[in-house]
Design a protein around this ligand. Sequence first.
Ligand code: A2R
Length: 303
Amino acid sequence: MRALITGAGGFVGAHLQRHLEDCGDEVTATDRVTDGLDILDAAALLEMFRRCQPEVVYHLAGASDVGGSWQTPQATFRANAEGTLNILWAAREAGTERVLTIGSADIYGKVTADDLPITEDLALRPVSPYAASKVAADYVALQAFLGYEQHVVRARPFNHLGPGQTDKFVAPALASRVAANEIEGNSVVRVGNLSPQRDFTDVRDVVRAYRLLVDKGHAGQVYNVCSGTAIPVQDLAERLISMAQIPMTLEPDPDLQRPVDIPILLGDSSRILADTGWKPEIPLDQTLEDLLNDRRKRLQAET
Ligand code: A2R
């Protein structure tokens, strides 16, 4: 399978590229750093599609920083909504057979206890500018299916984590603080809001889901990619400090709070299981151990 990955230089892209290559796919990886291609440049995008002739596109490029989107709503909207529009257009023009778009569970937004576990049919109530941009991208993709009969499958990943993720997200940020404390001999780990509950999946399971969705997902359909279990961020933080080489404690820090936190995101993964057979395989403690070791290695390399 000739596959194109947009945003290949990002956290998920690197894992996806490895997975596709392991599966024997012929992969073209594009991102702003290596080839300078901006998905907002539709003409350049089309030229690249015509040159590579991908059979499938995994569209990962976009603005992924949920917290940062409050400061950059316009740029976030353009990268995610207009960027997706451009990818779908270029794919149609170049005759690409399938496109996988990557949304986000954040688009469910303000959910109540009655809504849990969240199925794909729940009304969308986005809270952050990031979530609104992903709602728009999701509907652009749906329109491509309904209006152009384009083979588009839409993924809605819940929180995913693993080696290589930046510290803009809670688990890697905590892992970095734990790894730094080990070197500096500090015992206090500063934390933001620990009460939100999230449905965490290892990024290596997530990229496996993406390939299965391209292969077996139904055209036009939307799929939650989640574990079906939610745990409080507090639990995640406690698991991480329990893996530390010296005793540590958690200390609240008001500077680390986000403007709005969705209290709970817990997904229903029945649809992806039924259509592709996918379910997560890597236990959370394994993921956290790998994440912490990744941070230790990075810090050692820097010192
Ligand atoms: O910002 P950069 O230069 O590091 O590149 C990011 C790229 N990207 C773009 N590429 C081309 N044209 C753009 N206008 C543009 N804007 C952003 O997308 C980066 O290489 C990639 C996103 O990687 P991460 O921020 O590490 O996101 P992650 O965690 O890999 O998430 C992948 C997808 C995103 O759509 C998320 O919203 C979703 O999964 O959860």
